[in-house]
Design a protein around this ligand. Structure first.
Ligand code: CIR
Length: 259
C-alpha cells in the first residue's frame, strides 16, 4: 500500500492568542493541548501514517493548524495565502517541508485560501467561499489543477469558519454534513450523514486509513457514524476546539510516491 505522510506541527506556546471567528475566547490549557496533540499524532500513526512533526513556531499562535497552509494532491502542493493576515507567515515552513515531496505552486494576492476550505474526494474538489477563502484564491487553485483533470467547484458556507467545519468525508463517497452551514445540493452523487442537532460543530471528521478520527466532544454524531458501520477513533481535542480547530486541521496527509 502507498505510504501516507502526515505533516503535523507542535502546539505554539502562543496558542492562547489564536484567531477566533465564531467561537468565544475561553481559557486554553497549553499543557493539555500538547498532550491531546500527541495523542492525535499517535492515532494517525496507528492508522498507518508516517508522522513528519515540525517544531513549534513560538511567534505564530495558530501554526498547529497546518491544514490551512497548503492543499496537497498527488500532483502538486498549492501553498495557500491564508485569509487571516496573522497566519500568512505560517506558509514558509510548510512550503519547505513539502518541497521534497511535490512541485509547489503559490496562491497569490488578492487571492486568499485556507486549506480548511478545500474538500477533496477522488478527482472532485470543493472550495468553500468563507470568511477566509475567496473566489480569486479558488480560481488560482483550479488553474493550478487544470492540467490534472480535477472537477473544482466553489461552495458558499455560512455560520462557520471553513467548508470542512460544515462537511467532511467519512467514507469513500460519504459526507458528514451540518446542513445549516452548507447546502447538500453542491455534492451531487454522494451519500450523506447529518450531524446530531445538538452538535453543530460535529461535521469535522478526518477520514484516513479507511477509518475516521473523530472528536470525543460529539458523542451523538459519533453514534450515527458507528451505526452507519464506520470505524471511529475518538480523540479528545477540547483545547484545540477552544482555538476553533478540529481534527482535519492539525495534519496535512498525502501519499508518498511509491518505491
Ligand atoms: C483560525 O481561526 O484560523 C484558527 N484559530 C483555527 C483554524 C482551524 N483550521 C481548520 O479547521 N482548518
Amino acid at each position: 500500500m502507498t505510504e501516507q505522510i502526515a505533516i503535523t506541527r507542535a502546539i505554539s506556546p502562543a496558542m492562547a492568542n489564536c484567531e477566533l471567528a465564531y467561537r468565544e475566547r475561553t481559557e486554553l490549557d497549553i499543557a493539555l493541548a500538547r498532550v491531546q496533540h500527541h495523542r492525535y499524532e499517535a492515532t494517525l500513526a496507528k492508522l498507518g501514517c508516517t508522522i513528519v512533526s515540525l517544531p513549534a513556531e513560538p511567534a505564530l499562535p495558530d501554526s498547529v493548524f497546518v491544514e490551512d497552509a497548503a492543499v496537497v494532491t498527488d500532483e502538486i502542493a498549492a501553498i495557500t495565502r491564508p485569509g487571516a493576515t496573522s497566519r500568512r507567515a505560517e506558509t514558509a515552513s510548510i512550503a519547505a517541508a513539502l518541497k521534497p515531496w511535490r512541485r509547489l505552486v503559490f496562491i497569490e494576492a488578492p487571492g486568499t485560501l485556507d486549506g480548511g476550505d478545500v474538500l477533496r474526494i477522488g478527482r472532485r474538489l470543493w472550495v468553500g467561499l468563507s470568511g477566509r477563502s475567496n473566489e480569486v484564491g479558488a480560481s488560482q487553485l483550479a488553474a493550478a489543477l487544470a492540467p490534472f483533470d480535477y472537477r473544482v467547484q466553489t461552495v458558499p458556507v455560512r455560520g462557520c469558519l471553513h467548508l470542512k467545519s460544515a462537511a467532511a468525508r467519512v467514507g469513500p463517497e460519504t459526507l458528514l454534513i451540518n446542513p445549516d452551514w452548507v447546502d447538500k445540493t453542491f455534492f451531487d452523487g454522494l451519500r450523506f450523514l447529518e450531524t446530531a442537532p445538538q452538535e453543530p460543530h460535529g461535521a469535522n471528521a478526518l477520514y484516513v486509513g479507511g477509518a475516521v478520527v473523530y472528536p470525543a466532544s460529539c458523542a451523538r454524531t459519533c453514534e450515527r457514524l458507528e451505526r452507519a458501520g464506520i470505524t471511529v477513533h475518538n480523540v479528545d481535542v477540547s483545547e484545540i476546539e477552544k482555538a476553533e480547530g478540529g481534527v482535519t486541521c492539525c495534519s496535512l496527509i498525502f501519499s508518498a510516491p511509491d518505491g
